[in-house]
Design a protein around this ligand. Structure first.
Ligand code: 9MR
Length: 322
């Protein structure tokens, strides 16, 4: 059987985000189909250090070694974010000291993992609510309005050969897209070293519309940035509404709807392949998706290409057979 990474080799890399438990259960599947990896959690700031002066690399090392043994590209995730970041770095600090802390952290990451080809430098900095532009975070409060430019510059000084990405979700919806475009245009106009946009693409069988997806890719690519589809999954619930009742399987109609959605999506990705470095799924098999815990813990979701047993779903065949 042809594998995903073979099928898409002429277009872009096919990635997956995983954890140790995915390796315990699905190592063969990962090895077979994917040629790019992102640590789902293990490279996040708080996963590497949760108290001053102490760093723990073991969890990420296991995943990185596996990726290297299997010739997978490694995409770093993530440096500046409002989540999964240790509180201690924000305590009793001046702006200058916080930038030094970030510089030191970035240096440790580089010394340990080497200079990766690409990294999510800043994650999810745009506010979702209509009445605000930037998200209110500790980074913002301490470093000020132009903190994103500052942190990109600091990270770039340490990792000059790494392609630095801005990464966000709901990136296709016009209102948020406009704000992300404003941010990226501003950064580029000031010569800030941002070289890519990560379209997380946590989407669903109900949308967004394909026209919005095309327009987003065109908008971000028009800035001259490299693109990654960075966290793809196609949920069974509209807008991940927590009030929607549990979808139960087998459900051939929903599986078909998902397969059709994935096919259209990959048609689009293929048609813009010259801009796209990788399409990365946020997970390996349905059984271990983060969407089984969010927004309703325990409500099953089936957003990926492989079922609980690691068998290919209709969605898998739909992107392989055209
Ligand atoms: O998949 C990750 C999940 O295991 C964590 O609990 C969660 C905590 O914030 O982060 C998840 O990954 C997120 C990613 O780092 C950034 N974009 C949204 C992803 C899904 O929440």
């Amino acid at each position: 059987m042809e594998t995903l990474k073979e099928k898409y080799a002429p277009y872009f890399k096919i990635g997956t985000a995983f954890e140790g438990r995915d390796l315990d259960r699905k190592a063969d599947l990962i090895r077979t189909h994917f040629n790019s990896m992102t640590c789902a959690n293990a490279m996040k700031y708080v996963s590497l250090t949760h108290e001053p002066g102490s760093y723990h690399f073991d969890r990420a090392d296991r995943l990185v070694s596996f990726a290297k043994e299997n010739q997978m590209a490694i995409h770093g995730h993530t440096l500046v974010w409002h989540n999964q970041t240790p509180d201690y770095i924000f305590e009793n600090t001046t702006p200058e000291q916080l930038l030094e802390t970030l510089r030191d952290h970035t240096q440790k990451v580089k010394d340990h993992f080497g200079e990766l080809a690409s990294f999510d430098a800043v994650n999810e900095a745009i506010e979702d609510k209509s009445d605000a532009y930037l998200r209110d975070t500790k980074w913002y409060r301490i470093l000020g309005e132009d903190y994103i430019a500052k942190v990109f510059r600091t990270i770039h000084e340490v990792m000059p050969n790494t392609r630095l990405f801005y990464n966000d979700y709901n990136e296709c919806y016009p209102e948020k897209r406009t704000k992300i475009m404003r941010l990226l245009k501003g950064l580029l106009a000031e010569g800030v070293p941002v070289s890519g946009m990560g379209l997380q693409s946590h989407i669903s069988i109900y949308g967004p519309d394909f026209d919005e997806i095309k327009r987003s890719i065109e908008d971000y690519a028009s800035l001259g940035l490299r693109l990654r589809i960075s966290e793809l999954d196609v949920s069974m619930y509209k807008d991940n509404n927590p009030d929607d009742p549990q979808v139960s399987m087998p459900n051939p109609e929903l599986m078909k709807k998902q397969a059709d959605y994935y096919r259209e999506l990959f048609k689009i990705y293929r048609s813009y392949a010259q801009h796209i470095d990788a399409v990365t799924f946020w997970g390996v098999a349905d059984s271990d998706s983060w969407l089984n815990y969010f927004p309703v813990p325990g409500r099953r979701n089936y957003p990926l290409l492989f079922d609980d047993n690691g068998e290919p779903k209709e969605a898998f065949y739909s992107i392989m057979d055209f």
